[in-house]
Write a protein that binds this ligand. Structure first.
Ligand SMILES: Cc1cc2nc3c(=O)[nH]c(=O)nc-3n(C[C@H](O)[C@H](O)[C@H](O)COP(=O)(O)O)c2cc1C
Length: 172
């Protein structure tokens, strides 16, 4: 039970957090997928673990359920267009990787060359609290970084209509 105004205040606090936007990719034996993700955080120091929340409405969630590894790519200040692409387009409609050069990581997970700051993690847990997103906990197996520009913040993205609204997955 929440008091009136709680949701609005909570949403505003999250806007103030203004996290770094990432692109999370996945692959199973047949399919690849990837989407923009704002819900993610380091969640253990030793071993290094990172939690990523995927919307049950997304193709990326469905492919990730069958993936042993996920790749988490940092978007930089100059990557707004790519972020808007992965946030506003679903792989259910078009091949979101068609114009991108890719390498492949463990299990075939797509590594986007245009986003070289990234890590790959092996899934060690899946937490479903019956919300509209589920949490994939990754043990970090490899990471690549450089000293270029800082992250693209969620606020830098501006208004992007998600390729799938999270409400679409709420009944699953
Ligand atoms: C600002 C913003 C933040 C988003 N954060 C997340 C997120 O944390 N997790 C998620 O699964 N989807 C998130 N999305 C939605 C997906 O990126 C979007 O629905 C995407 O088109 C899904 O593609 P897919 O169906 O190919 O997986 C976000 C979208 C936007 C615009």
């Amino acid at each position: 039970m929440t008091t009136p105004g709680t949701d609005e205040a909570y949403d505003r606090i999250n806007e103030l957090f203004d996290g770094a936007a990432v692109v999370v990719t996945a692959a199973d034996h047949e399919e690849t997928a990837g989407c923009l993700v704002g819900f993610h955080s380091q969640c253990s120091i030793d071993p290094r673990r990172h939690a990523v929340w995927l919307s049950k409405a997304n193709r990326t969630y469905r492919v990730a359920l069958r993936s042993g590894h996920l790749a988490v790519h940092l978007l930089r200040a100059g990557d707004r267009e790519l972020g808007a692409w992965f946030g506003g387009t679903s792989g259910d409609e078009v091949d979101t990787f068609a114009d991108l050069e890719l390498d492949r990581g463990p299990g075939g997970v797509p590594l986007v060359r245009a986003l070289p700051v990234r890590f790959v993690g092996r899934r060690v847990a899946l937490l479903d609290t019956e919300g509209d997103h589920a949490c994939f906990v990754l043990e970090v197996e490899s990471a690549e970084v450089d000293d270029e520009a800082g992250p693209l913040r969620l606020s830098d993205l501006g208004e992007v209509e998600p390729g799938h609204a999270s409400e679409e997955g709420a009944e699953e």
